[in-house]
Design a protein around this ligand. Sequence first.
Ligand SMILES: Nc1nc2c(ncn2[C@@H]2O[C@H](COP(=O)(O)OP(=O)(O)O)[C@@H](O)[C@H]2O)c(=O)[nH]1
Ligand SMILES: [Mg+2]
Length: 375
Amino acid sequence: MQGVLVRVVDLRRIGRHALTYFATAGIVLLLFGGVLLLFLIHKYNDTRTIDPLHTTTAFLMLALGQTSLVAGVVAYVSTRRSYIEPPIPPLPRAAVVALIPAYNEERTIGAVVAEARRHVDLVIVVDDGSADKTAEEAEKNGAVVIRHPQNTGYGAAVKTLLKAARVAGAEYAVLLDADGQHNPADIPKFIEALKNGADVVVGNRFRQSKVPALRKLGIYIIRAALRLLGVRIGDPENGFRAFNKRALEVLTEELEEVWMGISSQTVYKAVKRGLRIAEVPVTVVYGRDTSSESTAIHGLSVLWTIVWTWITEKPWRTLALGLASLITSVYLLTYVVTLFNTTRYIRLTYTTAAILLEVMSTVLISVAIASAIRK
Ligand SMILES: Nc1nc2c(ncn2[C@@H]2O[C@H](COP(=O)(O)OP(=O)(O)O)[C@@H](O)[C@H]2O)c(=O)[nH]1
Ligand SMILES: [Mg+2]
């Protein structure tokens, strides 16, 4: 049965995107359910009848929305639990390293490694379960290659690389993509910024690259979300970045995400842990094969990672928010019922708000408990 399912829908892929798919679907269902409820109450106040079909639909939407949100959280947590970190092999010691995550990049990896080697002491490539000759090409051009037994995602590759940099005893580590979008000739700029006192250096593509409109919009939304949480950074999704020894130590402890959201999570954690961040302008080249994921799914998954990072950061804050939502919800409902008993009218907005707050509280409280006992 499972074999058939895996063939029909790639379950591992869905697992990786569980939060994005389920939680987004949950929010959409809740919104529709909420609107339908508003409409229903409005009709009741007018006509004094309740349509059974509409009521059942609204109920189903709200129930499914809540289920979907919780399912997203549970699936997200369990995929992360089943992820086993690969062991890091012994590595030669190197003061300055380049770190390259690669997945099916046999056409470009060789040139990227060869060029990067001119600027660093050691190039480490994580081959994230490629089906092509990525690992061979990287080795042929002088990189040390760590192989993931199966494809586990960009974030997982980055986590392995940051650990590898520590094993190599690196003072400075520069992370860049294998698909040729980043120019290894920019590496010295990053190292210089580290030498000038930054703990983390992030590339900024907006000053000198032609970024496709939809990508740009996505990055602006992500940037705004981070800004809302007190993290100010120009290009949070830029994968061209660098770390000093202290940043490597702090971040290997903190990072969780195994997919694309790791870039924003890194910036968030770095700021919250008091690391000094600098930005340097870089050129990012766009072409036919430079992205594996659709911009919409990529962007949504990053947004959910940011939400997740924020709500799991302080379980007590999340628990307090959940309890506050629950109390407000109960208060609103009581008020609505009391009002109904005297006026025979149902307050539209209060009722809908009460139900949505109840759903929110369920999710927040369960996430708070899950993240408090996680470590
Ligand atoms: N897409 C993808 N890229 C991976 C994975 N593991 C490592 N990478 C590498 O991560 C880098 C960025 O991936 P890419 O799809 O180009 O992201 P984008 O340019 O931000 O759309 C590339 O060098 C990939 O080879 C993975 O599981 N999936
Ligand atoms: Mg790319």
